[in-house]
Write a protein that binds this ligand. Structure first.
Ligand SMILES: [Zn+2]
Ligand SMILES: [Zn+2]
Length: 138
């Protein structure tokens, strides 16, 4: 039988592995993608555990959720304000460091009594690979 301490340690180890994985990828993976990538490395990992840990990491402010086209939640370990670009053809999520959010911030005026916090900006369009495919199909 496992003690509570053992269980907690196991969970925090899984959480750390999930966090490390998110830190090391640019893909903005969904919970399913995280599960697929780590299931062979973490014994006894379930999709439910991945969801639980992602929510916990989000509560801790270590990861953030990125809006996605089809409603699937994608996760990002880079929590500072930055712009995302979602390809509407293949669904990949890219960071766009070239787009300056500070400038966007400056153009936003709010009604009196509101205070601006984080600015989430998600752009959609076509990524270079999909544009290439489109060009070669024509
Ligand atoms: Zn694409
Ligand atoms: Zn991002």
């Amino acid at each position: 039988m496992k003690t509570d301490t053992e269980k907690k340690l196991r969970y925090s180890h899984q959480r750390e592995m999930i966090y490390q994985y998110l830190m090391g990828t640019q893909e903005h993976p969904s919970a399913e993608m995280v599960y697929d990538a780590l299931r062979s490395e973490i014994k006894g990992l379930s999709l439910g555990t991945v969801y639980r840990n992602l929510r916990l990491l989000e509560d801790l402010g270590k990861v953030r959720r990125v809006a996605s086209l089809n409603g699937t939640e994608r996760y990002d370990a880079m929590c500072g304000d930055h712009v995302h670009f979602i390809c509407q053809s293949c669904g990949t999520v890219h960071d766009v460091p070239e787009a300056e959010l500070e400038q966007v911030r400056g153009t936003i005026s709010l009604p009196e009594g509101y205070q601006l916090g984080q600015v989430n900006l998600t752009l959609s369009g076509l990524c270079p690979e999909c544009l290439k495919k489109q060009a070669s199909a024509n």
